[in-house]
Design a protein around this ligand. Structure first.
Ligand SMILES: [Zn+2]
Length: 149
């Protein structure tokens, strides 16, 4: 068993994901399933591309670890479901998707307060300023691919 570590490998359709996220905030309906399906498609495409660069012995994928910030507004159950249905009859068929969700935290530029963001309320709980900088929660990358070799 060997582990391929992919550092900060950006998803290809980050803009689509963010578009969906914005639409989600506005209308609370962006075909949520589609959001997760397109993310799952990207994960699978990146894993397959990555495997092509590996020695032929790296054949069967065991685990794919992804890191996704809360800002991306992914529903883990939907992503698991989309992933599992898309990997059948591929090299990833036996693989398990591990999702780490990173909570949103922000820093207030007006009063220097650092806080966790709740329910997408983009204002400082200390001074109510909206002059804030998001520090975590934007993450969106594949961290590791575990393969059997
Ligand atoms: Zn503040």
């Amino acid at each position: 068993m060997s582990v391929l570590t992919i550092l900060r490998h950006a998803f290809q359709n980050k803009t689509i994901a963010f578009y969906c996220y914005n639409a989600y905030l506005k209308t609370a309906a962006c075909g949520k399933d589609m959001h997760e399906t397109s993310i799952a498609q990207n994960i699978i495409a990146i894993v397959q591309e990555t495997l092509k660069e590996q020695p032929a012995s790296a054949s069967s994928v065991k685990t794919v670890r992804v890191v996704i910030g809360e800002m991306i507004a992914v529903v883990p159950e939907l992503l698991h479901h989309a992933y599992d249905s898309l990997v059948s009859n591929t090299q990833l068929e036996q693989s398990r998707l591990e999702i780490s969700i990173i909570p949103i935290s922000a820093h207030c530029l007006s009063c220097d307060y650092t806080f966790g963001l709740k329910e997408f309320d983009f204002s400082c709980p200390g001074c109510h300023s909206s002059n804030i900088e998001v520090q975590t929660g934007n993450e969106f990358f594949i961290k590791e691919i575990e393969v059997e070799s």
